[in-house]
Design a protein around this ligand. Sequence first.
Ligand code: SF4
Length: 402
Amino acid sequence: MSYEGILEQSSAGLRQLLKAGEEVIGYIYPHTPLELILAHGLTPSLLRGLPGVSGGFEESLQTFACSYVRNLYSQRTNDQMPSIAGLIFPSNTCDSLHNLSDVWRFRFPDDVVFRLTYPATRHVKDGSIVRYLAKELQLLSDGIEESLDRPFLSENYQRAVSLVGQFREDAQYLYSARVAEPAVLSYTELCRLMRAFLTTPLPAVGLELHNTTSLVHNRIKKMALSSVVTSILKAFKTGHFSQIKKLKSSHRPRIAVAGGMVEPQAIANIITGVRGFIDSILILDLLSFGFKTAFTPPLDVEGDPFEEMAKSILSAPGEPTQEGLGHRMSYLEGLLGPLEVDGLMVFEQSFCDPDEFEAPSIERAASRQGVRTVRIPIDPELSDRSRIEVRIQSFLESFGKT
Ligand code: SF4
């Protein structure tokens, strides 16, 4: 399915939901607590940058606003956004998003806007960070109940923990299976399934992903790769990559993608559009709406909901917006050799400060492991698509495949 087709499919799912009278809460940042929104009987839907949005340089935003934020804001000013009950903005992540939420509130005073403030640090041993974020989540929950008259119901919460937990378990397996044998599922299809769930996290949508996981499971079994996949899955969760079993895949080159909040679907689409290349060469992404979303740890349904959600968010793979650069780089460096990565494409959202600060460290980490890199700025409108394709083509051809 084309990129436009995937976008249309997920928008159609959202439109159907709204037509059926469901109330939707839009979110922007990857580490938004879906379980919390679902516990209030609302549907969380990831709002994404879209191609074909005009006015990407809307004058109300500060000059430092990234292309993603500009695209979202233009969707709102152009009335291209679905009619949602509320919108959650993150705070303490990046200047672009902070500024966007301020301008949004001023410019659209009738919109119901919530703000969730994330802690700057992630690792304080006395538990104060968990308590802080749990309190913020509680405040968000109170705000939702007050503004939308939707209380937090524990039966909804329990269903949500199970639904989102299954989604993550399935996505984690598919990521690990593709590293062992990328041809077992196209990257484009993995992106489509994940996007569908993040846009409309409904049981039926989760079931499609689950059924695909069962199929992939059987294929992996027939290929006698089950133990390899299990070792990769364990390594992704623990960060210890030395125990990964020897890979058997013959697809070369093996390319990984690093970056933050760029669209996985857009990248899959661009790579498959490059002459002579199929998406099996792309073995792994480490993106916010891909790998980092999939490998967010599950919640213990028995624990305090707010503390459990806080722990899960704080234990998810780190973002360029957070502290912990050293940890992120050692994780990256650790996986390159055992996963037999030949090349790393570093995608940066245009004008994203966090991505631009992180990229040189990624290049150095890859270089220490003898892995070639290329840095590619990208925006949601894919306004520079031809040049991006040429850069990718040259990079891939440098591995001797034409
Ligand atoms: S792409 Fe970068 S600058 Fe833009 S919202 Fe995300 S982290 Fe912030």
